[in-house]
Design a protein around this ligand. Structure first.
Ligand SMILES: C[S@@+](CC[C@H](N)C(=O)[O-])C[C@H]1O[C@@H](n2cnc3c(N)ncnc32)[C@H](O)[C@@H]1O
Length: 350
């Protein structure tokens, strides 16, 4: 799967180089194609991406909190945050499960986990952060009440594998909750001239078109699907979950008047784009400079195009399984006890 350190082959391995700048309207025919196969997460993580991720997390916080409440989150719950990144949702979960709850954040990127651990220490939050692959979670069966993930599945070659692992990690009756996007970059390219005006002759900004096409191609070249949102209910069902609920909202996109966040996005895909042979450093530098001067309407246009899918389901409860609250009290009550996380994780992960 598309994971840090994974060796699974990508979905496509193609050898067509990027064509010269396409005349307006022909972008669809001349889609970028990766020159070399690659695997792994497409965006730069760690310290370098901290500002972008923190801004994004702030914009999403209220929406995520509402979703978690609707999913039944309550004090005492044991929660797993898969692909936790810098841990913003893990910390949110930690405040909501007190007293008696537990939170474990999982990510494949060691640098991001360092940022997450520091934030948790600063906030005095008892969250355990572990490095693991979303497709092979080392959690013992049924140890969590909630397995949650945000903006991860759209980056994976095999999102179903991750959902199955999350389903196994929750108890019978436990909840698997997913937030991910439907960003139709091609739709954005088509719609921009009409939505935005795009300058003389109703033509869309060529730099923005190039950026939209590049980011879509970079994520897809690693096996991801930036338009995964509508597929989520079927994926959760295929993972064995029942009682599926789904909501669709406009993606809360942070206002970005100086283009800082979009420029940071260019930086985040830089290594992947160059190593895939999709572009070069000089071109990315020009793109970055041009995007810093994006008109303010960009944020509004993006909000109209991008959607956030919030989908949840429950692990079926076999007949005779004790209801939540009636289970044997095998779970440690206080943070820091030696049975945690060793009790929840196989020895190699703890
Ligand atoms: C877009 S970030 C989202 C971070 C966080 N969930 C949030 O919403 O702020 C995706 C995260 O998933 C992690 N990731 C990507 N592939 C992974 C995998 N196969 N296993 C575990 N983590 C992975 C990345 O390192 C990154 O931190």
């Amino acid at each position: 799967m598309g994971t840090p350190g994974s060796t699974t082959p990508p979905r496509e391995a193609i050898t067509v180089e990027r064509p010269a700048a396409a005349p307006p309207g022909q972008a669809e025919q001349q889609r970028l194609r990766p020159a070399r196969p690659a695997v792994g997460y497409a965006l730069h993580g760690g310290e370098a991406d901290a500002h972008r991720l923190a801004t994004q997390a702030r914009a999403l916080e209220a929406t995520t909190a509402e979703f978690l409440t609707a999913a039944g989150l309550r004090p005492g719950w044991r929660c797993l945050d898969v692909g936790c990144g810098h841990g913003q949702v893990s910390l949110l979960l930690a405040t909501r499960v007190r007293p008696g709850g537990r939170v474990v954040g999982i990510d494949g990127d060691a640098a991001s986990l360092r940022v997450a651990r520091r934030s948790a220490a600063d906030a005095g939050a008892a969250v355990t952060f572990l490095r693991a692959d979303a497709g092979s979670l080392p959690a013992r069966r049924g140890r969590f009440d909630l397995a949650y993930t945000r903006l991860l599945l759209s980056h994976l070659v095999d999102p179903l594998e991750a959902l199955r692992a999350m389903t196994t990690a929750v108890r019978p009756g436990g909840v698997v909750a997913v937030e991910d996007v439907h960003i139709d970059w091609l739709g954005l390219i088509r719609a921009l001239p009409a939505l935005w005006g795009g300058g003389a002759g109703g033509r869309a900004d060529p730099v923005l078109l190039e950026f939209a096409e590049l980011i879509d191609t970079v994520i897809r070249s690693r096996g991801g699907d930036p338009a995964i949102g509508p597929r989520l209910p079927a994926l959760l069902t295929a993972a064995g979950l029942t009682d599926i609920t789904a909501a669709v909202r406009p993606l809360p996109i942070p206002a970005d008047p100086s283009g800082t966040i979009v420029a940071a996005m260019v930086d985040a895909i830089r290594d992947t784009a160059i190593s895939a042979g999709l572009t070069d450093a000089a071109r990315l530098d020009r793109m970055r400079t041009a995007l810093r001067q994006l008109p303010a309407e960009y944020t509004e246009v993006s909000r109209r195009i991008a959607r956030l899918y919030q989908v949840s389901g429950r692990r079926p409860r076999p007949r005779g399984t004790p209801a939540y609250g009636d289970e044997p009290a095998a779970w440690p009550a206080e943070p820091g006890q030696p049975t945690w996380p060793a009790d929840a994780w196989s020895a190699s992960a703890a």
